[in-house]
Design a binder for this molecule. Structure first.
Ligand code: SAH
Length: 423
């Protein structure tokens, strides 16, 4: 895949790695996208280099039939033209994305309805429900926005043992949840050996898909955890603005972050990334650049959420990112990466509960339940007043939107596990 992309680019073909249409190639796989006019040349170059082509599929099935149904906005307005161009597919331009991101009123409605339609065509009606277990809030980093930062003395620190993590994972599995997200600060107490044991045990005892969201590790560890049974790995780019990135993450650099995300993808994970919107000193171009980057890298899962000031951090006095911008970003991400898994994030729910519902109605298709044990979850304060997204709320959202949830969750709920475990 990586070699194919390289030889095509060297041969002058316009190529992007994008998530594959789930119905064609299974969910969360990556394909190389080339403009239809360049297809035969691309196939030729691939063959010359001895690379096998598995399948050639028509791009953007999700967009078919959408363009005609665009809601009535001022005919031919700059916004409508930009929306039309982005819907056609192919690498978008920064100026088109900027126009879409700043949409308000009727235009924002049209943008979000269009994104919802694309989601319907690509992913379908099932809201995937996943569960997060925030197993440690120790962190060696000092990200300016995050409440877990090492220098935040207000944070009461905790770590779950291997046994506690496994016990909680079993309860989560009994709910019918098929994917567990193991999330933490960057905590070296969890050595390679400890994490391998945790991953192996959860896999063996529950069979759940395992997502790691534990920050940066050594490159070699990504493969070790993958072999131990981890399926997905999340590492947000946070912002692709190099200077803003450096200011927000003391001692870290954007280029290194990109290196880690590529290493994760290379290790064979379904790869998640994403950004924060409404950060101090972040502009629309910068967010447009983030979305373009996510598309170019072929990111399978896109977590985008608003900045929320966290107590005890240098940014605690800054205003939260606007809900409108966060929702527009979800919609734009759906248009630009039609096949990606996009959660309606906890950060959005924290801003306003109903904003999480709106996220699901403008392109998002996933919800993450917070399943950290009570008594600990109160101390996992990446941002202030974090909303607890539980199964009851997730099911209520699905009902309101007339969407489905995975059948196993329906069964788990009926078996009465929900009440028992969520509280
Ligand atoms: N330590 C792990 C997990 C971090 S928490 C890692 O670094 O990947 C998961 C996400 O929460 C982060 O990637 C970041 O995008 C988000 N986050 C942290 N603080 C935030 C804040 N104040 N506002 C909004 N999002 C925040």
């Amino acid at each position: 895949m990586f070699r194919a992309e390289r030889v095509l680019r060297a041969g002058g073909v316009t190529v992007s790695a994008v998530p594959a249409p789930p119905r064609e190639a299974g969910p969360c796989t990556t394909v190389l996208e080339v403009p239809s006019a360049e297809t035969s040349r691309a196939v030729h170059i691939i063959k010359l280099n001895g690379i096998e082509t598995v399948k050639i599929i028509a791009a953007y099935p999700g967009r078919r039939g959408v363009t005609e149904k665009l809601a009535a906005v001022a005919a031919g307005s700059a916004f409508e033209q930009a929306l039309g161009r982005v819907l056609k597919g192919g690498p978008p331009t920064l100026s088109d994305l900027r126009l879409l991101l700043r949409a308000s009123g009727k235009e924002a409605q049209a943008l979000r309805r269009t994104a919802d339609k694309v989601r319907q065509n690509t992913i379908g009606e099932v809201i995937d429900i996943r569960a997060a277990l925030e197993f440690s809030n120790y962190c060696r980093r000092n990200c300016l926005y995050c409440g877990l930062r090492a220098e935040n003395r207000k944070t009461k620190r905790y770590r779950m043992t291997e046994q506690e993590i496994l016990a909680r994972a079993r309860e989560i599995s009994e709910l019918g949840v098929r994917t567990i997200i193991l999330q933490s600060g960057e905590d070296d107490w969890y050595t390679t050996k400890r994490l391998v044991k945790i991953i192996r045990d959860i896999k063996r005892k529950t069979g759940m898909r395992i997502t790691l969201s534990i920050g940066e590790r050594e490159y070699g560890e990504y493969s070790i955890f993958r072999e131990a049974g981890a399926d997905n790995c999340l590492l947000k780019i946070e912002t692709t603005d190099e200077h803003l990135y450096a200011r927000l993450h003391p001692g870290m650099a954007l280029a290194d972050r990109i290196g880690h995300i590529r290493a994760i993808k290379k290790a064979g994970y379904i790869t998640g990334s994403g950004n924060i919107t409404g950060l101090p000193e972040q502009d629309l171009d910068s967010i447009a650049g983030d979305v373009m980057w996510l598309r170019q890298e072929g990111i399978h899962m896109i977590g985008t959420g608003p900045f929320i000031p966290a107590p005890g951090t240098p940014l605690e006095k800054y205003p939260a990112g606007p809900a409108e911008l966060a929702l527009n970003t979800i919609a734009v991400a759906r248009l630009v990466c039609p096949n990606a898994y996009i959660p309606s994030t906890t950060a959005l729910a924290t801003l306003e509960r109903k904003a999480q519902l709106e996220g699901l109605a403008c392109g998002a298709n996933t919800v993450m339940l917070i399943m950290t044990p009570p008594g600990l979850r109160e101390n996992y304060i990446i941002y202030g007043n974090k909303s607890v997204v539980d199964l009851t709320w997730a099911l209520q959202m699905a009902k309101t939107l007339k969407r489905q949830v995975p059948p196993a969750i329906e069964n788990g709920k009926e078996a009465g596990f929900a009440q028992h475990s969520v509280k």
